[in-house]
Design a protein. Structure first.
Length: 52
């Protein structure tokens, strides 16, 4: 189990279930199962092409 000090970033995942409405993945590091929409956006830059 992860402790508050060592929060998992869920960088290594695999798809475990997928349907028309949702996709579920399992973190290979901590074992937590997440819906894809629950993951934080990995893109650190909040820009669009129109900002260029």
């Amino acid at each position: 189990m992860s402790t508050p000090q060592t929060k998992c970033r869920h960088q290594r995942t695999q798809v475990i279930a997928k349907d028309d409405d949702a996709q579920y993945i399992e973190c290979l590091d901590c074992g937590e199962i997440l819906e894809v929409g629950e993951l934080p956006d990995k893109n650190e830059f909040n820009e669009s092409l129109s900002d260029a």
